[in-house]
Design a protein around this ligand. Structure first.
Ligand code: PA5
Length: 465
């Protein structure tokens, strides 16, 4: 059973005074919230809301994933994810949440499972660095791209297959697993032609909503994460959020509060977990929130320039970097804390400074007390200064809680999309940059774009110093 709770006291005027959200404001959006929930519910499993079925319809996929994971564990030393955006961020978040923070550096006997690397960029130094730490013959590469055509992922794929085929010939296919659409794109064609083990991404599961599909589940299973429990936690949260009673539905409440906050000019959503193991969870959330809600036009084509800029922060580290701004800068943020009540291991601060009372007060306390007291203190101070914040609490980091947390944030995003009346599942803003890249590489079909770019004014050297 998951222990996720959303504590939103510090969003309300009863706590924040004039900076907070009033009961009247909440009441005024209840009909919109009910409609948002209905719209999401009525489209469950339809169109791009296939992700809502992920916690329920993957019994067969889970069996296949576990079988493949076992095989991979038995024959390789490293597992490398080749992908970008939604095809990479989920695996990184899960890896960081559940495995030892220096997992790849542990000896195999201690870590039990293959090392994991997620290569979510085309930085040449990073690619070369990977080759310094893996033996490609002893590595399985999971190339993940739903569209089967993303330039970054296909470049990575070409580099890897070239090396593997030169070293292993026809056997190279055993070192590649494809995760892609069953019907669209080039990767599925290549997978069939070359005979790769293949996992499918349902058409209704977009990249940023795909962590609970084979996209995130296969890498997770390879490193020994209990994927059935992840799905169980997601199911529990989904069931909870089927509640039509607005104030009993945590994803709907948090979507509503964020929506009111946005209307009040809070254009920034800070995600600040107080646990190193959730640091990359904030990266995953940043993509989900930014790419889903950041839209130029609403569903009626009206110009809205919607969205809230996500900021990733880590407690307590960023108390010494960003919290000054959160306390005293513009009133333009909602801060979401993630609180983990019990850490999986702890350290006691030893005695040894009796003669220095300003240091000695720490002695005998644990680091978990220190980190959580600092969260309490930071939250207290922000609240006292009228800064909107709320906390997602969990007893501990385990698969059930993380599955529930993922589902909570995915549902919150879907509801927020409805409240803003935008399409949360497209990303037209990304296409412009992709098309310009294709034009720069002379890709057939992009001649007009290339001609347009030719005409664009060049940088003026007078303004380069
Ligand atoms: O959320 C999304 O849809 C995107 O971020 C995609 O995940 C990203 O662009 C990669 O796409 P693909 O999986 O098709 O390679």
């Amino acid at each position: 059973m998951n222990t996720i709770k959303v504590n939103y006291n510090n969003m309300l005027s009863r706590v924040l005074g004039s900076q907070g959200i009033t009961d009247k404001q909440i009441e005024s959006i209840v009909p919109a919230l009910q409609q948002a929930r209905l719209n999401v519910e009525n489209n469950r499993g339809q169109g791009m809301q296939g992700w809502m079925d992920s916690p329920y319809n993957q019994d067969k996929a889970v069996q296949d994933i576990l079988k493949t994971a076992k095989d991979v564990q038995s024959r390789c030393d490293a597992f490398v994810v080749l992908g970008i955006g939604g095809s990479a961020l989920g695996a990184t978040a899960l890896f960081n949440a559940f495995k030892h923070l220096y997992y790849n550096e542990l000896p195999r006997k201690t870590r039990k499972y293959p090392r994991l690397y997620v290569i979510d960029n085309v930085d040449p130094e990073r690619m070369n660095a990977l080759f310094d730490v893996i033996d490609v013959e002893n590595t399985v590469f999971n190339v993940i791209t739903k569209s089967g055509s993303t330039s970054e992922t296909m470049s990575q794929y070409l580099i890897i297959t070239d090396i593997l085929e030169r070293k292993l010939g026809a056997k190279a296919k055993d070192n590649i697993i494809a995760t892609t659409s069953a019907s669209k794109g080039n990767l599925i064609k290549l997978a069939k032609e070359k005979g790769y083990t293949t996992f499918y991404i349902d058409e209704g599961v977009g990249g940023r909503f795909s962590v609970l599909s084979p996209v995130g589940l296969l890498p997770a299973a390879v490193i020994g994460i209990d994927i059935a429990k992840l799905l169980e936690g997601a199911r529990e949260m989904d069931e909870k959020c089927k509640n039509a009673e607005v104030m009993q539905n945590p994803a709907l409440v948090s979507a509503g509060l964020q929506y009111i906050a946005m209307k009040q000019g809070k254009n920034i959503s800070v995600m600040m977990p107080y646990a190193d193991s959730l640091k990359y969870f904030a990266d995953w959330y940043a993509q989900l929130w930014a790419e889903s809600l950041g839209k130029e036009v609403d569903k009626n084509g009206k110009l809205v320039n919607a969205g809230q800029t996500p900021v990733k922060a880590l407690g307590v580290t960023d108390q010494h970097s960003q919290v000054q701004l959160y306390n005293e800068g513009p009133f333009d943020k909602v801060i979401t804390f993630i609180e983990v009540k019990n850490f999986r291991s702890d350290v006691t601060i030893p005695n040894g400074c009796k003669e220095y009372p300003n240091v000695n007060f720490l002695c005998g306390h644990s680091l978990s007390e220190l980190i959580n007291n600092e969260l309490f203190a930071t939250r207290y101070n922000l609240t006292r200064r009228g800064r909107m914040n709320y906390t997602i609490e969990m007893d501990e980091i385990n698969e059930c809680n993380i599955g529930a947390l993922i589902e909570l944030l995915q549902l919150q995003t879907a509801y927020a999309g409805e409240l803003l009346n935008i399409d949360a599942y497209n990303q037209p803003g990304v296409e412009g940059g992709k098309d310009a890249t294709y034009a720069l590489f002379g890709r057939v079909g992009y001649e007009d774009k290339a001609a347009e770019m030719e005409k664009a004014p060049a940088d003026d050297n007078n303004y380069i110093i």
